[in-house]
Design a protein around this ligand. Structure first.
Ligand SMILES: NC(=O)c1ccc[n+]([C@@H]2O[C@H](COP(=O)([O-])OP(=O)(O)OC[C@H]3O[C@@H](n4cnc5c(N)ncnc54)[C@H](OP(=O)(O)O)[C@@H]3O)[C@@H](O)[C@H]2O)c1
Length: 195
């Protein structure tokens, strides 16, 4: 079995972006110390263009070898002409409208998203898990399958915005694991799902 981990950046009040989903207000907190943490522990969560720009293409995957993202999140890369934003992993993009995959490394999941994710989770473990990249709608669809949360909270309040989960109300309990704090006020918390 492999774990499905929602690894996500959010504000103190739990939003992953402004009301349209734009997360640029969080970018300044990825400073030298925070980037060093990402490079050391989660290098695969840095996108391919980011890795190339910073000369990090050689860094091995530490936690995940597969990424799942929603079409709206994928569009951000597509708009920059990038068809494989996480080329160092297997990429799955959920979409009923995208049609044929624009890239050989990207599998478009148009039907049975839940079944596809369950099949990925059921694969034999190799120590690496599945990175649920977002956004809100996709995380809401997959909320019951999430085994772990890694929440990067930046010290900003947005007041309103895109919630971490686009789902209905239901209480799901998690137990707190590692907590990491940074000089700039960012906090990274890891939670395991209580089943
Ligand atoms: N703060 C962060 O760390 C972070 C991380 C990631 C994303 N974001 C933000 O999140 C925003 C996007 O989130 P979002 O909620 O609008 O969209 P999203 O979750 O990225 O994508 C939603 C799309 O996924 C597809 N989809 C969802 N459920 C599906 C299913 N069961 N089967 C097949 N396809 C399915 C649909 O695509 P079709 O319409 O093509 O059918 C749907 O429109 C972006 O603005 C981005 O900036 C923030």
């Amino acid at each position: 079995m492999r774990k499905l981990t929602y690894f996500i950046a959010c504000s103190i009040d739990g939003f992953i972006g402004d009301p349209s989903g734009d997360a640029q207000a969080m970018y300044p907190f990825v400073d030298e110390e925070f980037l060093a943490f990402l490079k050391e522990e989660y290098p695969e969560t840095i996108s391919t263009p980011g890795r190339r720009a910073m000369g990090l293409d050689h860094l091995p995957n530490r936690k995940y070898d597969t990424v799942v993202q929603g079409r709206v999140s994928y569009d951000i890369a597509m708009e920059m002409g990038v068809t494989s934003p996480y080329a160092h992993m297997r990429e799955y993009v959920a979409s009923r409208t995208l049609g044929e995959s624009p890239d050989p490394n990207v599998t478009v999941v148009s039907e049975d998203l839940l079944g596809t994710v369950r099949a990925l989770k059921a694969e034999e473990g190799n120590g690496l898990g599945i990175y649920l990249c977002g956004g809100s709608a996709l995380a809401g669809e997959l909320i019951d399958e999430i085994d772990e949360l890694v929440i990067k909270t930046y010290p900003i309040v947005l007041g309103s915005g895109m919630p971490m989960f686009g789902s209905g109300f239901a209480v799901a309990e998690f137990s707190l694991g590692e907590v990491r704090t940074f000089k700039n006020g960012a906090v990274v918390r890891t939670y395991d799902r209580k089943r």
